[in-house]
Design a protein around this ligand. Sequence first.
Ligand code: BES
Ligand code: MN
Ligand code: ZN
Length: 497
Amino acid sequence: MEFSIKALAPAKHATGCLVLAAFGKDVLLRAGEQADRAASGALKRALARGDLPARAGATLLLHSVPGVAAQRVLLVSFGERKELGAGAFRDALRGAANALKDLACADATLALLDVHVPGRDAAWHVRQTVLAVREAFYRFDQLKTRKKAPVPALVAVTLAQAAAPVTLEAQRALKEASATAEGVALARTLGNLPANICTPTYLAEQARQLARRYKLEIEVLERRDMDKLGMGALVSVTRGSRESPKLIVLKYRGAGAKAKPIVFVGKGVTFDTGGISLKPAGEMDEMKFDMSGAGSVLGALRALAGMRAPLNAIGVIPACENMPGGNASKPGDVVTTLSGQTVEVLNTDAEGRLILCDALTYAGRFAPEVMVDIATLTGACVIALGHVATGLFANDQKLADELLAAGEDAWDRCWQMPLWEDYQEQLRSNFADMANIGGRPAGSVTAASFLARFTRKQRWAHLDIAGTAWKSGRDKGSTGRPVSLLVRFALRHAKLR
Ligand code: BES
Ligand code: MN
Ligand code: ZN
């Protein structure tokens, strides 16, 4: 799907579908008023009949409107004008895109750039529009024998603006959003692929493909390398599995050698059975999404490389399966991490922190500007924040503030949780330097507190995406979060916007 921005007169523009914004029961904006005048008031009359509810995302489709060159006009409600916020804007765009999905048109023109969310600039509106449409049109049907692709497919989307010229800023926002959408789609597909296909080896192969396509540097450590380095925690998780673990290191160089890299570390558990501390059977299939952190790191690097962002970024992905088996770790086992600290594995289902602690120690070798790990780490985070906000933990408040702001900007929000020393007490062990679990209270905080013991020398943040990386139920599937947050963070951090 190709996006472009053009200055055009909406009524005269030949297109499969012209999308116009409506507020309340009677308000159109500039583009809508123009089209309505050309149609001798047909649009306002349709609105007045009351068929378009004043709810962001509701749509009304009109065919062959007299005086309008478009084959169809899609009116989309943005709710009540005085209440328009970023969320309603996204809802409206999603509604419009979903309506477009059902149409047999090859091109559409969105005359929505005169809709203004207070406090957001023109580039923001462009980015959000592209991302919302691409998100709605994402399909995962590669494992179905009968695909239900619409004919013809929507291939060209024009964002119409009222007056020339189209600014360089808008063009840049379009490029950034298109690349970001590609990254989101990659993360979603990797998440949606089942664990018999998306293995650690598969993730490494995907990383290699990205490296070839975007000229990235890649290194993949094998089990023997992990053993030799002393990654006792990572290796302990993978012991029960027949799949070879991989530690993937992918480097994007968009700036000079002096610019310190942002390092993203993504949890890549391609399936989490819990190991000997076996999970209950219900919904265990969803543990194929336990590599979503890894998927988001690959997605973010693809996005940054695709838009040739002038910054350096490195992805570090510990990838393995967590399985029970004759060789698996047992509760009570003590392992020695790459940092030298010892860990008593009281619960083999708290495996994410075990693979991440070694990956974070390893990531320290790249002299990072900042380190951010992304992980479906705790069920407790879902209890705390539900499926709306990603949990944010940081040992540096400036970094936390940057991530919070990037989340607001991308509308891929996170919420900060405490990382106080007081919580460390819960990780006390009688037999090793620490235990890998801290009991029921504040489960997502003690998991983050565990990681904090391995990142004392760096500016570091942790994103717990257990509640936001995928949806359950009828719409079960990966969301691609937090790729757009990570991309926005990297660009803002590099002082680009
Ligand atoms: N991958 C899970 C976390 C998870 C569970 C994410 C459910 C999303 C939905 C993680 O490896 C895990 O099992 N965590 C345990 C930790 C506990 C044993 C301290 C959990 O949250 O139950
Ligand atoms: Mn687990
Ligand atoms: Zn897990």
